[in-house]
Write a protein that binds this ligand. Structure first.
Ligand SMILES: Cc1cc2nc3c(=O)[nH]c(=O)nc-3n(C[C@H](O)[C@H](O)[C@H](O)COP(=O)(O)OP(=O)(O)OC[C@H]3O[C@@H](n4cnc5c(N)ncnc54)[C@H](O)[C@@H]3O)c2cc1C
Length: 370
């Protein structure tokens, strides 16, 4: 029997690598037709660096650093005319010089390349039915395919289908932090002279950041939960247009124009996932599906990689006692997750002040570097 992993992103690929490296037969099912490679650069930090080393990918990750370290250690805050009015430190208190910043696309490719050819990948399919029979998990897929697996790992993100099927509806576990973020690659003419710039309006910010090989843009806005189809990119694009329809100043118009044409646009709610337990019988959740700290924490990717390693190690040493393995995984990960999930509101308020007074207070606290 093999292990089934739902989701082929950071958590799913890292788990596939860590389980296959221990000789386990792995099947990965991904809802999208191929690996999803868009998104902003992400940090691999702390214990995740050791996990990368154990996977044999640390050097290649280091060779793919984004080049952000070459720009100044500040994100310049500008006003509607592009004048510098503040500067936020790019480094977080928990940052270390060893941390690596990698484009999400590179990380996904490198993790996928590390998985090994023995693993089976199924795309454009998803789990629709899960039955724990005690000695196995019986799974029915949307395609009609069926399978029996020793363990099911739900690594399918903050809107996890595995979590919904096994643990209950999303609204019980996902906490929307009152913010949506959208990320896209920008054409070279919107380049930021090797720097990063942020322009804030009440409850809305846009940013442009240069990296060695490309320029990325972002839209951040405060909003209560919006009901939309997580799989309908055009609907999500329209959501950003609606939100910024009255926004003016700096390069907002150019950013909206780039959004129209963008092929790698990604939008999601800044959310955290909080659960009392991450496993039930032979089903266990990993990464954002279990413990999303939100993008404000800068730690979701590292936690997903560390969790994959801890889970595979616990499983490999449990002598068939799966409940004990899942218990050990949870015990090791909880304190790190709790730390990452704390402190997020401050990061949110810095990037995205709620009103004009808050914008001015932030700019006074972080004066410009001219
Ligand atoms: C396209 C994309 C872009 C992202 N961009 C950013 C970003 O710019 N900044 C940031 O901080 N974080 C971003 N994230 C989230 C970031 O990858 C995660 O926070 C972190 O790396 C933990 O990863 P994860 O594997 O747990 O979840 P995710 O990276 O969210 O991956 C979940 C995976 O599961 C798949 N999936 C979902 N539902 C199902 C299902 N029912 N069946 C099978 N597969 C399913 C998804 O297609 C996806 O590949 C992005 C995620 C994705 C998918």
């Amino acid at each position: 029997m093999s292990i089934l992993i739902s989701g082929a992103s950071v958590a799913g690929l890292a788990a596939a690598q860590r389980f296959s490296a221990r000789g386990v037969e792995v099947t990965v099912v991904e809802r999208a037709p191929q690996l999803r490679r868009s998104g902003a650069p992400i940090d691999v930090r702390g214990a995740a660096l050791q996990v990368a080393a154990d996977m044999g990918i640390l050097d290649v990750l280091a060779a793919h650093e984004t080049g952000a370290a070459q720009r100044s250690a500040f994100t310049h805050i500008v006003d509607e005319n592009g004048e510098k009015v503040g500067a936020l430190p790019t480094e977080l208190p928990q940052d270390s010089p060893d941390d690596l910043e990698i484009f999400r696309s590179d990380l996904i490719d490198i993790l996928h390349g590390a998985v090994g050819s023995e693993a089976t990948f199924i795309y454009e399919d998803s789990i629709q039915e899960v039955t724990d029979t005690g000695d196995a998990v019986a799974v029915g897929f949307a395609s009609g395919r069926r399978g029996r697996y020793e363990v099911l790992v739900g690594a399918d993100g903050i809107h996890s289908g595995t979590r919904r099927l096994v643990f209950g509806p999303e609204e019980r576990f996902r906490r929307h932090l009152g913010v949506y973020y959208a990320i896209l690659s920008l054409p070279a003419e919107l380049g930021a002279d090797g720097e990063a710039f942020l322009f804030s309006m009440p409850g809305r910010s846009v940013l442009i950041a240069d990296y060695a090989a490309r320029t990325m843009g972002g839209f951040l806005f405060r909003s209560p939960e919006i009901a939309y189809d997580y799989h309908d990119v055009e609907q999500q694009r329209q959501l950003v247009f609606d939100e910024y329809s009255s926004a003016r100043g700096w390069k907002v118009a150019e950013l909206l124009d780039a959004l129209k044409r963008s092929e790698d646009f990604y939008l999601d709610s800044a959310s955290q996932v909080h659960m009392d337990r991450w496993s039930s019988g032979r089903v266990v959740l990993l990464g954002d599906s279990a413990f999303a700290p939100s993008f404000f924490s800068g730690q979701g990717t590292s936690l997903a990689m560390i969790g994959a390693d801890v889970l595979a190690t616990a499983w490999a040493t449990c002598d068939g006692n799966i409940a004990q393995a899942f218990g050990r995984y949870e015990q090791a990960m909880r304190p790190q997750v709790d730390r990452a999930q704390g402190g997020v509101p401050q990061a949110r308020d810095r990037l995205l002040p709620a009103n004009r007074e808050a914008i001015e207070a932030r700019n006074r606290q972080w004066p410009p570097i001219l």
